[in-house]
Design a protein around this ligand. Structure first.
Ligand code: ATP
Length: 347
């Protein structure tokens, strides 16, 4: 089962007078993933914590399937909501199995049902149960611990899954692997997901919808394509780095993937493994922005797209090349995530 979450004119002012978010309204439809993204301190975590009532709104209403969450028992509510954070907080004195089974145990599931569920989730997370079930968290890598954290959050079939920078503490390769794995899992679990990140790339990859925040304000709530193709403000344009053209990127590779003379069809053949059958791949031109290319790749669910100029196929631009290039400018975002990872104590 999954649920709809609605924010209706929500403002949160902390006791010290800090306005964390102001007059936020948006709806997360059931079974979809909405990513909250924006610079440090813009109110993403506060918005997420209003859903599991770690924080309460100062004004406005948060609705869970149409019911004001103030009318729901916070303990019951939290058992229906999975929560994954950067510092995953596994219980070190408990085995992997005991960690994953925490909420089903609290909910009074019988042992057979719990055992089956734990094994099913460990399989899903690519951690063979026979090998991992009885291990203790300290014996696991950061990526494995984070997988256990996701399994624990999913254990009792939550209606909603909250994920606050879930992969933020991992090295880039592990992070990307977990993103890919989670995208597959997402299709199987059909849960409503609210996901916080400061990385626009992660947002574009993971979200059905993206909510871009700027100091307490929701500045655009749209699909990844709409964000890329129609940024509604200069802030959003800057945030997604929309001002680069493919020409400027200078990474169009003709030789590696194909002979240019083979033409467009053969490029599509070459990259065809990842092209969903029947889907049309619309090429880009060298003067298109990198965002347009990225947007088309996301639309067609592929990792490379042909660049065509005046009917001639110049080559193929890859998603990696665009992302690599966009990482070049100085960007303070990652420093924040590093400093947040220093404390990894249990909750
Ligand atoms: P980050 O990416 O750094 O985690 P964020 O976008 O998640 O940031 P929040 O953690 O929601 O932002 O914080 C929003 C604002 O509210 C910030 O100015 C922050 O300092 C402030 N804030 C957060 N928690 C509290 C608190 N308990 N008391 C007072 N101010 C707070």
């Amino acid at each position: 089962m999954s649920s709809t979450i609605e924010f209706d004119s929500v403002t949160k002012v902390y006791d010290d007078g800090t306005v964390a978010i102001e007059d936020i309204s948006f709806t997360v439809e059931e079974g979809t993933t909405t990513v909250l993204v924006g610079p440090s301190g813009c109110g993403k975590t506060t918005t997420m914590q209003l859903v599991n009532r770690l924080e309460e709104p100062t004004e406005g209403t948060v609705l869970f399937d149409g019911t004001d969450i103030r009318n729901l028992d916070p303990i019951d509510l939290r058992r229906d909501i999975g929560y994954v954070i950067q510092e995953i907080g596994l219980f070190d004195h408990m085995t992997v199995k005991e960690n994953v089974a925490t909420v089903p145990d609290l909910k009074g599931w019988n042992q057979d049902r719990i055992d089956d569920r734990v094994d099913e989730l460990l399989e899903l997370m690519d951690l063979p149960p026979a090998e991992y079930r009885d291990q203790y968290p300290e014996a696991l890598s950061g990526g494995q611990r984070q997988r256990i954290g996701v399994a624990r959050a999913l254990a009792a079939d939550p209606d909603v899954l909250l994920m606050d920078e879930p992969f933020g503490a991992l090295d880039p390769i592990t992070r990307e692997n977990l993103q890919d794995e989670f995208l597959e899992i997402q299709e199987e679990i059909n849960t409503t997901i609210l996901f916080v990140t400061h990385s626009i790339d992660e947002a574009l990859k993971m979200g059905d919808r993206i909510a871009i925040f700027d100091v307490g304000e929701l500045v655009q709530y749209d699909s990844p394509q709409a964000i890329l193709e129609e940024p509604k403000s200069e802030f959003v344009e800057d945030f997604i780095g929309a001002d680069r053209t493919l020409k400027e990127l200078q990474v169009i590779q003709a030789g590696d993937l194909m002979e240019p003379a083979d033409g467009y069809e053969s490029i599509v053949d070459t990259i065809g493994e990842s092209v969903n059958s029947g889907e049309e791949v619309v090429p880009v031109s060298p003067t298109d922005s990198t965002q347009v290319a990225l947007s088309r790749m996301i639309q067609a669910d592929i990792e490379a797209i042909p660049v065509v100029d005046d009917g001639e196929v110049l080559g193929v631009v890859t998603e990696d090349a665009i992302r690599d290039r966009r990482e070049e400018p100085t960007n303070g975002g990652d420093r924040q995530s590093v400093s947040k990872t220093t404390n990894t104590g249990d909750v």
